[in-house]
Write a protein that binds this ligand. Structure first.
Ligand code: GDP
Ligand code: GDP
Length: 433
């Protein structure tokens, strides 16, 4: 199951400050490369070896005062349904407000774990002030300061106690998710592939409202399609449609082996699409980009090439990803898309024999050795692929601490050139021999 932590609470209690703190290191890396995504309200976090996705619910509420509180209240409902753990944040410097009470009333009915987080406890002398939050009847209060980070460790210890370290997959069929913003054509593609006789095999454990896995088995390709599009929820507050779809997307991505990221050719790759892309990349999922509604674009012989180049620029450095131009309504390249998705799955799961890996990569390294550091030469002795759910390679050498990121990228590129890992995030480690 997906590990999603939702931070809920009224405005200004410090939700986004905590969100930034929890997702900080990863976010900084991504922002560096892509130069976008500053508007991101969900991201990856890690604590004592357990990974989870954090969502800042506050980032999804905009609008006028009259819909504002309704939106927040409804969002808490959605968070209860979709998240695995909920952090209810309040502000120790203001105490309990009416909206806090409203939210607490909703949360008390939840069966999901809820933690009351008293924020802005910047000094020890504020500790006692948070005692008033026991009035919510939601149990223990976690005193934290999002600004300084104090108290967050104790909170995270509790949060991750709900998560498994590594989920072993029980089923062996590839799991595919079609992700993308609303209206790009996801359900049209699902319908085109499956027709009317949808063979629904596994409602994912948990609530019946969760995503459905549909068994696809045609033309020699067999996989489980994780269908979220068919389960669109009617929200009373239209502002929450995006929030809901983000929650669903996160879950579907975490559940998948390969993500088909569908975008609308009329819009190009937008910030929201890039967010989904990075979520898939960070979760080490295979990725294929489908530029749909290609029939609607006026084009000449250069259009596809230029379109593709712009996408690759925006998703760099991980841009060794198949990009296809589809039209679901005109039935163009739909089955090519399926084939490509399956190829990416093969790339993600294949094992390169150690002898072959060494033959190729030790030669590459001999031709372009890592630069000497402090007068010391780095000698790589051998290479092996580490077993795992996505490709990982260990290079054993005498001085791994001297290997810099550019050299790791060089090695990754050479692995891609020689062994075809198109669409697959790979990891390269240098280790002490
Ligand atoms: P959100 O609306 O709930 O996302 O709240 P923000 O994260 O935007 O924070 C609202 C304000 O509270 C900002 O001015 C923050 O700098 C401030 N703030 C957040 N966390 C803390 C904290 O731990 N201590 C103090 N003193 N201020 C904080
Ligand atoms: P979803 O929200 O991503 O599931 O999108 P839908 O599958 O509901 O599609 C949204 C709209 O786009 C519908 O009116 C579809 O008929 C239309 N649509 C989907 N794919 C294509 C396409 O390739 N070309 C064109 N012109 N329209 C499409």
């Amino acid at each position: 199951m997906a590990n999603i932590v939702a931070i809920v609470g009224r405005p200004n209690v410090g939700k986004s400050t905590l969100y930034n703190r929890l997702t900080e290191s990863r976010k900084a890396i991504v922002d560096d490369f892509s130069g976008v995504t500053r508007d991101r309200h969900y991201g990856e976090a890690e604590w004592i070896g357990k990974r989870f996705t954090v969502i800042d619910t506050g980032g999804f509420v905009h609008g006028s005062d009259d819909i504002f509180e309704a939106a927040i209240r409804e969002q808490v409902h959605i968070a209860i349904e979709e998240a695995s753990v909920i952090l209810f944040m309040v502000d120790v410097t203001t105490g309990i407000t009416d909206l806090d009470d409203d939210i607490a009333n909703v949360l008390r009915r939840s069966k999901k774990p809820v933690y009351v987080v008293a924020n802005k406890v910047d000094h020890a002398k504020l500790h006692h002030a948070s005692a008033e939050f026991y009035a919510f009847g939601l149990g223990e209060i976690f005193n934290i300061s999002s600004a300084t980070g104090s108290g967050t460790g104790e909170l995270l210890d509790q949060v991750v106690s709900h998560f498994e370290i590594l989920e072993e997959e029980e089923d062996t069929l590839p799991k595919i998710t079609i992700a993308g913003r609303p209206n790009v054509g996801k359900s049209s593609l699902t319908n085109a592939l499956l027709g009317k006789d949808r063979n629904i095999v596994t409602p994912i454990a948990g609530t019946t409202r969760d995503a459905i896995r549909i068994h696809y088995n045609q033309f020699g390709n067999e996989f489980l399609l994780i269908d979220t599009a068919g389960l669109r929820r009617k929200t009373k507050v239209t502002e929450n449609i995006e929030f809901y779809s983000v929650m669903r997307t996160i879950k579907a991505i975490e559940d998948a082996d390969v993500v088909a990221l569908m975008i609308d050719a009329n819009d190009g790759l937008e910030a929201q699409d890039i967010n989904i892309f990075h979520l898939a990349e960070k979760n080490k999922k295979g990725v294929v980009i489908l530029v749909n509604k290609w029939d609607m674009v006026e084009k000449d012989h250069k259009t596809a090439k230029e379109f593709e180049a712009r996408i690759r620029e925006k998703i760099a450095p991980f841009n060794d990803v198949p990009i296809l131009f589809t039209s679901v309504t005109e039935k163009q390249r739909i089955f090519k898309a399926v084939e490509t998705i399956m190829e990416v799955y093969q790339n993600k799961t294949k094992k390169i024999p150690t002898s072959k890996l060494n033959d190729v990569m030790l030669q590459v390294i001999e031709n372009y050795p890592p630069p000497a550091t402090k007068g010391k030469y780095i000698k790589v002795k051998y290479v092996t692929q580490i077993p795992g759910r996505s490709p990982m390679f260990a290079f054993f050498c005498n001085l791994p601490q001297y290997i810099k990121d550019p050299y790791k990228r060089f090695v990754e590129n050479k692995l891609r050139e020689n062994f075809d890992f198109s669409g697959v995030p790979i990891q390269v480690f240098f280790r002490q021999k």
